[in-house]
Design a protein around this ligand. Structure first.
Ligand code: AQP
Length: 336
């Protein structure tokens, strides 16, 4: 059976970027894979989180996955901190990974900004924990956005070095599953920046908890340019960069409608953006509305959401613990 692991950080509310870039694909993958979907709270604290907000966002993450259609009985929705084997294997991987490898990680450079010395050691070691998340289940495939591709390559490097150092074929070389159009949803205020849950401006993103009115307001105020809707998808990254906000809205429309940018350009090309934004609002509200209302229902029943996380985490411990035990034996730790 092909096994998938993927995670989402409870470092804020969840956005349309998380939905189109990850969650929507996770729902589709349930058909063909055994899936483990993880709320990665250990990753979230690589940047400071207020404890009450972290708890609330972890629950919200689980509620989001349930509301979006993840079958938590057949598959697993779990909380990273409830399965200690992730952090335990990450330590072993910290000793396998090389500092030079970590220095090449562009996400660390982006997130740490100019003042790298003030970033947490956890942020620097983040890719090693991500490798442990995946390999503690010997996952064969990981659905990744473009931004996580480099981390997955590092996971493969760690698996390969571990196998080589100990002369075994223990860890699989996990394959990426990369999805097509609109895997990268950009900020509604600046088409050159990724839509992010931690962006200081709430108008930069659509939250999955937003009401229809909020969605309409944000799309109405989304930055565009004075020209009409493009009548073709961007022919190159250079062309995209000339009108990033315009192509971003087209990409969002295409992903929500499950169609291509070419089809959107054919239907809406040449229109004024005001008219296109009305169509986009209607589509976004129709697609996200049912998810939001289910999330609202679950919000009122935190006990039920916690039970899903506990059950998923318990089943994950049963899978991860024997693999960690085997790793401990391989590296030479004595049995407790
Ligand atoms: N804007 C996006 N477009 C496409 N995919 C996205 N993802 C996130 N934002 C976009 C994908 O969602 C999955 C889970 O992401 P995450 O929440 O674990 O971390 P992130 O990518 O760092 O998300 P944020 O919103 O930008 O969080 P903060 O602000 O805390 O850093 C991943 O597969 C990601 O690709």
């Amino acid at each position: 059976m092909k096994r998938i692991f993927s995670g989402i950080q409870p470092s804020g509310g969840f956005t349309l970027g998380n939905y189109l870039g990850a969650i929507k694909n996770w729902v589709a993958l349930q058909k063909d894979f055994e899936c483990i979907y993880c709320i990665v709270d250990l990753h979230a604290i690589t940047m400071f989180q207020k404890p009450d907000e972290l708890r609330a966002n972890s629950r919200l993450g689980a509620a989001t996955l349930i509301a979006a259609g993840i079958d938590h009985k057949k598959h697993k929705i779990m909380l990273q901190s409830m399965v200690p084997a992730h952090a335990q294997l990450a330590w072993v991987f910290n000793c396998v990974a090389r500092v030079g490898w970590m220095n090449r990680m562009t996400q660390f450079k982006d997130k740490a900004g100019k003042d790298r010395d003030s970033a947490s050691l956890g942020l620097y070691a983040y890719p090693s924990l991500m490798a442990a998340d995946i390999l503690v289940y010997k996952a064969t495939h990981v659905p990744v956005g473009e931004d996580q591709k480099q981390h997955l390559e590092l996971t493969r490097d760690i698996a390969q070095k571990f196998n080589h150092d100990y002369g075994l074929d223990f860890f699989p070389l996990t394959e990426p599953l990369i999805f097509g159009e609109a895997t990268r949803v950009m900020s509604l205020r600046d088409g050159s920046k990724k839509m992010s849950k931690s962006d200081p401006s709430d108008f930069s993103r659509i939250n999955l908890t937003d009401s229809a009115e909020q969605i309409a307001d944000k799309i109405r105020k989304a930055k565009t340019d004075p020209h009409a809707v493009p009548d073709a998808p961007p022919a190159s990254e250079e062309v995209r960069a000339q009108r990033p906000e315009a192509y971003n809205l087209m990409g969002i429309y295409a992903a929500l409608a499950d169609t291509t940018m070419a089809a959107v350009a054919k239907e809406h090309g040449g229109k004024q953006f005001s008219a296109f934004k009305n169509a986009l609002t209607e589509l976004a509200v129709a697609k996200l509305g049912p998810i939001t209302s289910e999330m609202r229902r679950l919000e009122k029943d935190p006990g039920a959401v916690d039970a899903v996380l506990r059950d998923g985490s318990e089943r994950c411990r049963a899978m991860a613990d024997p693999i960690l035990e085997e790793v401990y034996r391989i590296v030479g730790f004595l049995k407790p």
